[in-house]
Write a protein that binds this ligand. Structure first.
Ligand SMILES: Nc1ncnc2c1ncn2[C@@H]1O[C@H](COP(=O)(O)OP(=O)(O)OP(=O)(O)O)[C@@H](O)[C@H]1O
Ligand SMILES: [Mg+2]
Length: 146
């Protein structure tokens, strides 16, 4: 608050060099500054500000870097939230179990109709293969589209 200073007691005032500049008089002594001390004071007091500026610049650089790479992923996360898509749980097993699967593109393009979700289970033990037949336009291709 008062800045940096050199405090000298009354008894030692006669030892103070000529280039010391008087700053404040106290009951028991005097406070002095020197041009060098003044320079150091400015350096130290502005360091905090400088640190904050550099930190902020580094933070911005990091954000810019992340934005370039994560733009796509954050978009997918947003879409997943909006349309309630679930993240698949990957396991080492030989099963594929999908519950209430929807096709993200077709679902958005059938305007007045509701998309009918379907389940799918494939495993080497119980069901390795599906043969799907049916009339035209009944959703066979959409069922298999990823
Ligand atoms: N699960 C679903 N829920 C609602 N609509 C669907 C669904 N699946 C498909 N459709 C609609 O039915 C249309 C036909 O689907 P798809 O092309 O998969 O049929 P298809 O059985 O392969 O037909 P084709 O035998 O002519 O090849 C799609 O364009 C879509 O609009
Ligand atoms: Mg087809």
């Amino acid at each position: 608050m008062f800045g940096f200073y050199i405090e000298v007691s009354k008894a030692n005032l006669h030892l103070v060099p000529h280039h010391y500049i008087r700053k404040q008089t106290l009951v028991n002594g005097e406070r002095f500054i020197t041009p060098e001390l003044k320079r150091k004071e400015e350096m130290i007091l502005s360091a905090e500000e400088k640190i904050q500026r550099i930190e902020y610049e580094l933070f911005q650089e990091t954000v810019d870097h992340i934005m370039q790479h994560l733009d796509c992923l954050t978009n997918l996360a947003y879409i997943a939230d909006v349309y309630h898509y679930a993240k698949p749980k990957m396991t080492e097993s030989d099963e594929i179990i999908i519950k209430e699967r929807r096709h993200p593109v077709v679902e958005r393009h059938i305007k007045d109709k509701q998309f009918v979700p379907n389940d799918l289970t494939l495993s080497s033990q119980h069901q390795q293969l599906l043969i799907i037949t049916g009339p035209n336009m009944t959703g066979k291709s959409v069922f298999f589209a990823k």
